[in-house]
Design a protein around this ligand. Sequence first.
Ligand SMILES: Nc1ncnc2c1ncn2[C@@H]1O[C@H](COP(=O)(O)OP(=O)(O)OP(=O)(O)O)[C@@H](O)[C@H]1O
Ligand SMILES: [Mg+2]
Length: 225
Amino acid sequence: MGLLLRAVNLRRVFVQGRRVVHALAGVSLAVAPGEFLVITGPSGCGKTTLLNVLAGMDRPSAGEVVLGDVAYSTLSEDDLSALRRERIGYVFQFYNLLPHLTALENVALPLRFRGWGREAAVRRAREVLEEMGLGHRWRHRPRELSGGEQQRVAIARAVAGNPDLVLADEPTGNLDSRSAARVADLFTEINRQGRTLVVVSHDPALVERAVRVLPMRDGSIAAGT
Ligand SMILES: Nc1ncnc2c1ncn2[C@@H]1O[C@H](COP(=O)(O)OP(=O)(O)OP(=O)(O)O)[C@@H](O)[C@H]1O
Ligand SMILES: [Mg+2]
């Protein structure tokens, strides 16, 4: 089978006053469909920058990202946003749920943006929350949920639309070890269902469940991996 995702020689340069930071200094990677890849590396080595570029939330200074057969550099901002909405799920370290919406509404809203009818979106949101072990919590707002529960809502939101690719940035970084293990189990389960995962994490719970681990350092992926 072909590759799902390719990054070719990605560079991302930030200018901070007089300092020039090479957050990505030529990163290439290839992800096959169905992989569970974990990227590790010290703080500041460029992990979040890489995920943001892979998600199409940020444009690289040079290099290319290709999802399936679509090269991001050929897309307008609107088309790149549409691609992200349709094909990519993103899980943030701090959940990023909308505080005034219930768990159910948080999961259903992106489906509505993708053109799903109200009933279908609500039905699907209920189903995924159920799968995440949150069937009894769908009426709650984020502040009424624990960190682990909020992250499971965020995972439900990321996978509800059956995206081709799920990206996650330190998804257990803010959780106690029991909640973290539960979230790691959910990622394993999601991957077993055939979904492709690229996760940034130092958490042994996630690293040991990964199918492949790529160490990153100073804006590069270490040679020989
Ligand atoms: N928007 C920005 N403007 C300026 N510099 C940035 C910006 N985003 C990231 N950087 C710099 O790029 C480098 C890589 O940052 P990045 O957030 O990708 O690291 P990270 O590996 O995710 O770190 P952490 O493990 O702490 O989350 C850092 O030196 C950071 O200060
Ligand atoms: Mg980061």
